[in-house]
Design a protein around this ligand. Structure first.
Ligand code: UDP
Length: 356
């Protein structure tokens, strides 16, 4: 039973769903409803060929407690009824936490994809979700050496950890050609390959704090005087801009795009400025320099390799960080595996192993 609910989880689940089907395993997808509209959810099921959810919990909005609680309440009877061999959870959202907690209380083995990530910033809801999920899980599927190492340091037995690589690398490789064939997003927005900056902003730390959001808006606006800046706007950010009364003048804000359009925008960007975890890695997969609009990152190997630099909003001058990073490249390396993380995940799930 796969629990998903938020945009990055649909993308991470796509290669695993395909590998599960190829391995002859039966998968039941549960969509919690955390992201629910066409642009944040349906488009990914359509484009990525993910099986339709068998269950849709319809839980969205509200505070963290209300949302996670409603998911728990809905998941428990469902898991009892369906009695899956494994519950598979992804990443670090409230859907991840609810899936892991509901399953572990029912003594159903939990496998966590993208285990071992840490920002060491306990204020982030994602960090809280990761830590609890990792420590509840029976099988911790890690993307990198660093993630594996951190779990060991936290006392998780080696027998529970399998380093599989990053499923987002699988997805980037698998969908690159399809994006090249099907996406017309550059033409739609009058963008020249290699001559624009792609930005995304959605972390609560940035959107909820007016000073940080102001610093990001000012930085991107300054750069937009020199290069086109395109910003697919997450609904949370759109709402925050309205709430704080910040207008974008030169930056071109568009609705969130589907994954194939996003891959096309990423591949042809001169630079990516983002606070997204997934987009930082995708910049690297496509050989594009990245500026991360945060105080820290979970994906430190990209900073070490020189592909990514941190620009903490309010502390760094975002526009000059972007100007400095333009045209740079980093060192080589293969920190995210070989593009077959999904195959390794399926191998780790069978035969059934429970450590409870
Ligand atoms: N993404 C997308 N359309 C967009 C913005 C992002 O398809 O308009 C994809 C992006 O390519 C990546 C994933 O969504 O695969 C990242 O999700 P998000 O930034 O929401 O979450 P995070 O990775 O920070 O958890």
């Amino acid at each position: 039973m796969t629990i998903v609910g938020a945009r990055p989880q649909f993308i991470k689940a796509a290669p695993v769903s395909r590998a599960l089907a190829a391995g002859g395993m039966r998968e039941q997808i549960v969509h919690t409803g955390q992201h629910f509209d066409v642009g944040m959810s349906d488009v990914f099921f359509d484009e990525l060929g993910i099986p339709a959810p068998a269950h849709h919990l319809g839980v969205s909005g509200g505070g963290h407690g209300a949302m996670t609680g409603a998911m728990l309440q809905a998941l428990e009877p469902l898991m009892e009824r369906e009695a899956p061999d494994w519950v598979l959870v992804y990443g670090d959202t409230n859907s991840t936490l609810a899936g892991a907690l509901a399953a572990s209380k029912l003594h159903i083995p939990v496998a966590h994809v993208e285990a071992g990530l840490r920002s060491f910033n306990r204020r982030m809801p994602e960090e809280q979700n990761r830590i609890v999920t990792d420590h509840l899980s029976d099988l911790l599927l890690t993307p990198t050496d660093g993630a594996t190492q951190r779990l060991r340091e936290e006392g998780i037995p080696d027998a529970r950890i399998v380093q599989v690589g990053d499923v987002m690398f699988d997805a980037a490789l698998y969908y690159a050609d399809r994006a090249a064939e099907r996406s017309a997003v550059l033409a739609q927005h009058g963008l020249q390959a290699g001559a624009y900056i792609l930005a995304t902003v959605h972390r609560a730390d940035n959107t909820d704090d007016p000073e940080r959001l102001r610093a990001i808006v000012d930085g991107l606006e300054a750069v937009a005087a020199e290069h086109p800046v395109i910003l697919p706007l997450h609904p949370r950010t759109r709402a925050a801009l309205g709430r704080h009364g910040f207008a974008l003048a030169r930056v071109r804000a568009i609705d969130p795009v589907g994954y194939l359009d996003m891959v096309a925008l990423e591949r042809h960007a001169a630079l990516i400025a983002t606070d997204s975890g997934g987009v930082q890695k995708e910049a690297y997969f496509h050989g594009v320099p990245c500026v991360t609009l945060r105080d820290e990152t979970e994906w430190t190997e990209l900073v070490d390799l020189g592909w990514n630099r941190l620009a903490p909003p309010t502390r760094a001058d975002i526009a000059s960080e972007i100007r400095h990073a333009l045209g740079t490249t980093g060192r080589g390396g293969r920190p995210y595996g070989d593009g077959n993380a999904a195959g390794r995940i399926v191998a780790a799930l069978a035969p059934r192993q429970a450590y409870q």
